[in-house]
Design a protein around this ligand. Structure first.
Ligand code: NAG
Ligand code: NAG
Ligand code: NAG
Length: 426
């Protein structure tokens, strides 16, 4: 794969070139698929419960009414200009991964920082760190997944650190793949577990296999063994499923994706992705009596040209409403996630302490071609003019940036969960 296999390849955990290379295959697979059934949250449960709170003290009363929010379809909306700008920057937050620290890497345009997502049905409040910390008080929130999980986690840590600074209390693995922070102010822990398939997998490496091996019937114990110590899970995977891989169920080979020379049947990655999610959500339901689970939906990338040439994702403003439709692989990956979360929700309708929600951010993120680091994954890429070859990251998101919105929506879901928990009828 030419330049992409060089040892200093910065995409070692995010093979963008594969997306491009396999796109024709992906599109080919998509043709027979049925049209996406748009997903809306169920009809709001809206009976207010003011009467319940009359005997509580003032502070609790404030809290109650604060959490009294109805469901809203956050997917339906548009990006609007926002004078306020982000809650943090590279000076106020020191947990931004190098490759996403666009401002300090000299990204010259600042316009991408001044947009807010405005849903049609409701207002999406600016992130409130105090409320978030109150909701995770005495809890352990764990992000599990690939580098998009890390991107969202780092956005959250930065948003929260405007109120309370976390202490890194644990780190393990190359590239800090397993980490935990402690917020002493709220006795809350936030952690990240590297698990790009959620199920058991052996990742390809320069020295071992040149394809991944996925065991679709077994959940990845690197995170699952800790499940009893986790109160809320954010699962975020997707891009690693595009890699060449061989798929197993027990000892049986189910097939593969892009494995020339191995004599296995090509089965693509959509069914595999669905199966990995099913195994994961089922394991959670079987092992836990009480947990909140958020599944962050697929994050679209925005390559317009060669990934190693200047101008790979050159846009500097969001798409306008209606300018860009959700289609192809982005649409299919999201659909699988949303559907599997719905299945999980149905299974737990009688278990009020097991809650699942899709954090459906694919569509709103698709509208932000301006939000990626592009060449600013490295510091000052054009300091000596425009080189022939410039590596670009058009997959992850600059911090601060569009991905902060994911955490704003997550907070709204958590507030709604809290309000529902307090309803006497569940
Ligand atoms: C970062 O944020 C702080 C506090 O809001 C502000 O004083 C500072 O000017 C900002 N720095 C940059 C580079 O934007
Ligand atoms: C957070 O982690 C610390 C260890 O760093 C542990 O003592 C504490 O019990 C944890 N708290 C929660 C709520 O998980
Ligand atoms: C490939 O698989 C087929 C069907 O299982 C088998 O007949 C064939 O001998 C295999 N070829 C090689 C080279 O292993």
């Amino acid at each position: 794969m030419g330049a992409s296999t060089t040892t200093n390849n910065p995409f070692k955990d995010q093979p963008h070139y594969l997306t491009k290379k396999f796109l024709p295959f992906a599109l080919y697979c998509l043709l027979p698929l049925a049209l996406l059934r748009l997903y809306f949250y169920p009809i709001p449960l809206s009976s207010p419960h003011y009467s319940l709170i009359t005997t509580q003290n003032h502070q609790e009363l404030e809290e109650e009414s604060f959490y009294e929010i109805n469901e809203c379809d956050y997917t339906n909306g548009k990006w609007v200009r926002d004078k306020l700008g982000p809650l943090y920057n590279g000076t106020t937050c020191d947990t931004i991964k190098e490759g996403q620290n666009c401002i300090s890497h000299g990204r010259p345009d600042m316009g991408y920082l001044y947009w807010r997502w405005r849903p049609k049905q409701c207002s999406l409040p600016r992130f409130d760190s105090t409320t978030f910390l109150r909701l995770i008080k005495n809890k352990h929130l764990a992000f599990v997944g690939d580098s998009m999980a890390r991107n969202q986690l780092e956005s959250l840590l930065c948003l929260l650190s405007s109120v309370s600074s976390p202490t890194l209390v644990y780190r393990d693995g190359d590239d800090n793949k397993f980490r935990r922070w402690h917020f002493a102010s709220h006795n809350a822990n936030i952690s990240i577990y590297w698990s790009p398939f959620l199920v058991k997998g052996i990742e390809k490496s320069n020295t071992g296999f040149n394809h991944n091996k996925l065991y679709l019937d077994a959940v990845d114990n690197r995170w699952a063994l800790d499940m009893n110590k986790i109160d809320m899970l954010v699962l975020s995977v997707g891009h690693w499923f595009l890699h060449p891989a061989v798929y197993y169920e027990g000892d049986l080979v189910l097939g593969c994706h892009y494995c020339p020379g191995l004599n296995h049947t090509e089965i693509g990655f959509y069914d595999v992705f669905r199966k990995a999610l099913m195994t994961t959500l089922k394991a959670i339901i079987e092992k836990r009596k009480q947990i909140d689970v958020m599944v962050t939906s697929f994050s679209p990338s925005h390559f317009e040209g060669d990934w190693d040439k200047a101008g790979a994702c050159p846009k500097n403003r969001p798409f306008k409403e209606g300018e860009k439709a959700l289609e192809g692989m982005d649409k299919e990956m999201r659909k699988i996630e949303v559907e599997e979360v719905e299945v999980a929700k149905e299974k737990v309708t009688h278990s009020p302490n097991l809650r699942f929600e899709a954090l459906d951010v694919t569509g709103l993120s698709l509208m932000r071609p301006d939000g990626h680091p592009g060449p600013y994954m490295y510091p000052f890429p054009f300091a000596n003019g425009v080189p022939d070859r410039v590596q670009n990251d058009c997959v992850h998101w600059c911090l601060p940036g569009a991905i902060d919105t994911w955490n704003e929506i997550m907070l709204e879901v958590m507030k709604r969960w809290k309000a529902q928990l307090r309803r006497p009828t569940g």
